[in-house]
Design a protein around this ligand. Structure first.
Ligand SMILES: Cc1ncc(COP(=O)(O)O)c(C=O)c1O
Length: 431
């Protein structure tokens, strides 16, 4: 049963009616389907999700990334259930979170210490604050099109409609204080000469350079991350990799393991919380020390606190997820399945003669309706977004759920799921 074969049930219509009145836009964030396509999730298991009308979707949204093992993975459910019996939050150091910090330091090349937050946005926000405290400077450099969450610094030139000359930022949201436009410098992703020129002028005022090592679905050009690392090292500027998406997804040690470049700090979220609200800053001990409360009054102490930080249920879910990911062959298998879906979609584009390309990594990619090579944010502006929207909606109607600009693949997806999704992609492209 999919939306194109099964009408919305009375129960689901009633829920959507309440949502429309009680939630702004009837939604939880910036993504909103047309009213006819809106649905309410009832449950999810593995790579499948069902709505209140009993319609089934192959899930390539995966909770926007955390559900890399698939929904309701038995090992995660077991670990969480056990922890629930012992209490759900303490605001104190606990065993699951200590073990999670320890495991993260084993997995992640740059990680000597870890500080937990509840969301990826908080993780990037506090990584930047720690870098400012450590380096005793205020400004930060980020890359055009890079997304680091929804705080005021992060929402600069993440999706600028008409980008300005570098390094001037464009706020992506109303309500961001104008004064912050002077605090954020924007650089072009994958353009090392321009980064070098900008740093030559601005290095002394910078507290940090933050980058998604794999920006949205755009891979770094050969030498780009190495170059940014070399330059930041030359000027003594802390380099932050935002690994909220790539962490434990591209490899157990994340993008830093895959690309062989080690930053000073890295931020984590999504997979590390096993589908629960948990995220983290990890990195060099001398920078992470800024979070140590013993520094208050005697050094560059960074105040960072959150009621649910280090939540034991989330930590238990994260630990159980990481244990599954350490099993032999897991990454090879998900890359094979995702690679088959990615290659299959690229073949369809070719076969049907559509002006489009498939861009990204086997676990995280999307289709762009343009023939301009997608190497940076400005190239993505050539994407025919109306076509992409139609494609996304056609997929949804036929029971394939994807993100607005991403197709995630999980360890729970099977060859049969790939076949089903490809059949849907083919009709969606033909439409
Ligand atoms: C690279 C990156 N950084 C940070 C965030 C923010 O994480 P959260 O949504 O948990 O605040 C996201 C969210 O998608 C992300 O993709």
């Amino acid at each position: 049963m999919t939306p194109d074969t099964t009408p919305r049930s009375k129960d689901e219509a009633a829920l959507l009616d309440i949502a429309g009145r009680r939630l702004p836009g009837g939604v939880l964030g910036t993504t909103r389907y047309r009213d006819e396509l809106a649905f309410v999730v009832k449950r999810a298991s593995g790579a499948r999700l069902w709505d209140w009308s009993g319609r089934e979707y192959v899930d390539h949204l995966l909770g926007s990334g955390p559900m890399f093992l698939g929904h309701a993975h038995p090992a995660v459910v077991r670990a969480v259930t056990e922890q629930l019996e012992d209490g759900t939050t303490y605001f104190l150091v606990n065993e699951p979170v200590i073990r999670l910090a320890d495991e993260m330091c084993r997995a992640v090349p740059c990680a000597e210490q870890v500080r937990f937050t509840s969301t990826g946005s908080e993780a990037t926000f506090f990584a930047l604050r720690a870098a400012r405290a450590f380096r005793q400077r205020d400004k930060i450099m980020k890359f055009e099109g890079g997304y680091h969450g929804s705080h005021d610094y992060a929402l600069m030139s993440s999706t600028p409609k008409s980008p300005k000359a570098f390094p001037a930022p464009m706020p992506d949201s109303a309500g961001i204080p104008h004064v912050l436009e002077g605090e954020v410098l924007i650089a072009p992703y994958n353009d090392l000469p321009t980064v070098e020129a900008l740093l030559a002028v601005h290095a002394d005022s910078l507290a940090a350079v933050i980058v998604e090592p794999f920006q949205r679905v755009i891979a770094p050009r050969d030498g780009f991350l190495e170059g940014v690392r070399r330059l930041t090292q030359r000027y003594g500027i802390p380099l932050i990799f935002d690994e909220v998406v790539t962490g434990f997804r591209f490899a157990y040690g994340g993008a830093q393991e895959l690309y062989g470049v080690t930053p000073d700090l890295a931020t984590y979220g999504k997979i590390v919380g096993g589908g629960f609200p948990l995220a983290a800053v990890a990195g060099r001990a001398d920078i992470m020390q800024c979070f140590d409360p013993r520094l208050e009054g005697v050094g560059p102490f960074v105040s960072q606190v959150g009621t649910l930080n280090g939540n034991p249920v989330a930590a238990a879910a994260g630990l159980a997820s990481l244990a599954e990911l350490r099993k032999p062959g897991v990454y090879e298998r998900v890359r094979t399945i995702g690679g088959a879906l990615m290659a299959g979609l690229a073949d369809l584009v070719k076969k049907l003669g559509v002006t489009a390309q498939v861009v990204g990594h086997p676990t995280c990619f999307d289709i762009f309706f343009t023939d301009t090579p997608i190497v940076d944010y400005r190239a993505t502006l050539t994407n025919d977004v109306a076509k992409l929207k139609r494609f996304n909606e056609a997929c949804l109607r036929r029971g394939v759920l994807k993100g607005a600009t991403k197709i995630y693949v999980s360890c729970a997806h099977t060859e049969a799921d790939v076949e089903r999704a490809l059949a849907v992609f083919e009709t969606a492209l033909t439409d």
